[in-house]
Design a protein around this ligand. Structure first.
Ligand SMILES: Cc1cc2nc3c(=O)[nH]c(=O)nc-3n(C[C@H](O)[C@H](O)[C@H](O)COP(=O)(O)OP(=O)(O)OC[C@H]3O[C@@H](n4cnc5c(N)ncnc54)[C@H](O)[C@@H]3O)c2cc1C
Length: 403
């Protein structure tokens, strides 16, 4: 195992390392510095040490792990009630792109009951193989059998990369599978790319969104990542060339301590995740009644209202309306930001929108850096004018008349 080392002859006990460590991983002992269990081997202390007394001693990778045995991309196809969840197509799109770069294949794992037609549908997205586990016990997602079949399949086909949706199912399944396979998993990736040597570069926000961390799993395989819905464009349908592989598993593997009695979908009024037009409200609305104005506007243009986090924290909006890093990721055709500053955590959840309009009183607000069209002005003047124009038969293009 790698560990931090100190050359006592060079250490002056100046405390620069203690001060620099963000994790309280290094403390001042009686006559030397000491590393605690909180040390994350990040080497910030190495850079902070003015005398070069600290270094990270790296141990060579453990018992030789043959990375070259692992090839191709495996996508976990999530189906609910016999419907493929749309994030699957986005993962296939990214998987195909990376596999093409490496000259390798893309396979999909599909589990369910009576889902042969779904497997056929998946082939039309250009994947090379669909590994199909079709058993009545797999009708609903239950963690034990789904983990068992995924682990079996991975041990059998040895994929280099495994992609899952950052959905409740993916977030539950991926860590279990990663733990069984003793490999790395990066959750909620926003960007994925692959190096020539097959290393997956997994980018995701870290430290509260202040930095975008690039994470790699250089000494283990497979490399596992979850990706949120709407972060990546979906694969397009093509003339299928792949095959369906009917997989067998033991009855014992299909057992679960969970019995699913039925399935009742939660009724959501209108989901911001699937909306084509979003009118997004920020703290600039100043009062909860501002939401009513934006709802009226959204209703006129066939959109729904989303919000930034402060509005949820203030109890003015529901969490399922929150857009951003700790809320929903959206990819609408049109996104109208009203009284939103454009913090990185918000932008992380909406930058995939096709066209972004921003209305803000502050001409220097960062939202204007990501917006395609901007109006510097008070939303309480701009929105009523837009409503009036649209009620008179105008279109959203009216925004250009209001600035
Ligand atoms: C770990 C972490 C996760 C987070 N996750 C999220 C997340 O998922 N989503 C999210 O939104 N935030 C998130 N945040 C919070 C984020 O950092 C910002 O604080 C938040 O996005 C700011 O929201 P806002 O733009 O509505 O408010 P503000 O930053 O206060 O901006 C209000 C804007 O309104 C403008 N304004 C004021 N009055 C008017 C008016 N009458 N007309 C027009 N414009 C006006 C102002 O000029 C200002 O630019 C997170 C923070 C952390 C630390």
């Amino acid at each position: 195992m790698s560990q931090m080392r100190v050359n006592q002859d060079l250490c002056t006990l100046c405390g620069a390392c203690v001060e620099a460590c963000p994790f309280a991983g290094v403390v001042m002992g009686e006559d030397s510095i000491e590393f605690t269990d909180s040390c994350r081997l990040c080497s910030i202390c190495v850079k902070a040490c003015p005398t070069g007394a600290i270094w990270l001693e790296k141990t060579a990778a453990g018992p030789s792990f043959d990375l070259k045995k692992y090839k191709g991309v495996l996508v976990f196809a999530e189906q609910r009630q016999g419907e493929i969840q749309p994030v699957t197509y986005e993962l296939i799109g990214k998987g195909l792109e990376m596999a093409k770069q490496l000259g390798q294949d893309v396979a999909v794992c599909l589990a369910g009951s009576n889902v042969q037609t779904l497997a056929e549908d998946l082939l039309t997205y250009g994947v090379d193989k669909v590994y199909l586990y079709d058993y009545p016990e797999l009708e609903y997602f239950r963690i034990e059998p789904y983990t068992a079949i995924m682990v079996d399949l991975v041990n059998e086909i040895k994929p280099n990369i495994i992609l899952m949706g950052a959905t409740p199912v993916g977030r539950s399944l991926a860590p279990r599978v990663a733990a069984r396979l003793r490999t790395g998993l990066t959750a909620d990736c926003t960007t994925l790319s692959v190096k020539e040597n097959g290393d997956l570069v997994q980018t995701r926000p870290a430290f509260g969104g202040d930095v975008m961390a690039q994470i790699i799993t250089p000494r283990h395989r497979p490399q596992m990542a979850t990706v949120r819905y709407k972060v990546m464009p979906p694969a397009e349908t093509v003339q299928p060339h792949g095959e369906i592989v009917h997989c067998k598993t033991d009855q014992a593997q299909l057992q679960s301590r969970i019995t699913t009695l039925g399935f009742r979908p939660h009724q959501v009024a209108s989901s911001i995740t699937d909306a084509e037009i979003i009118v997004a409200a920020g703290r600039g609305i100043g009062k909860p009644e501002g939401l009513e104005l934006l709802e009226e506007f959204a209703g006129l243009i066939g959109g729904v209202v989303g919000t930034t986090r402060p509005l949820v924290e203030q109890g003015w909006a529901n969490y399922n309306q929150q857009i951003g890093m700790s809320g929903r990721t959206v990819r609408p055709r049109i996104f109208i930001a009203c009284g939103i500053s454009g913090a990185i955590q918000l932008v992380a959840g909406m930058r995939g929108a096709d066209t972004i309009f921003a209305i803000n009183t502050d001409p220097d607000a960062p939202i204007f850096d990501v917006a395609h069209y901007g109006i510097v002005g008070d939303l309480y003047e701009v929105i009523p004018k837009l409503i009036a124009i649209i009620e008179e038969g105008g279109s959203l293009g009216a925004i250009s008349q209001v600035g």
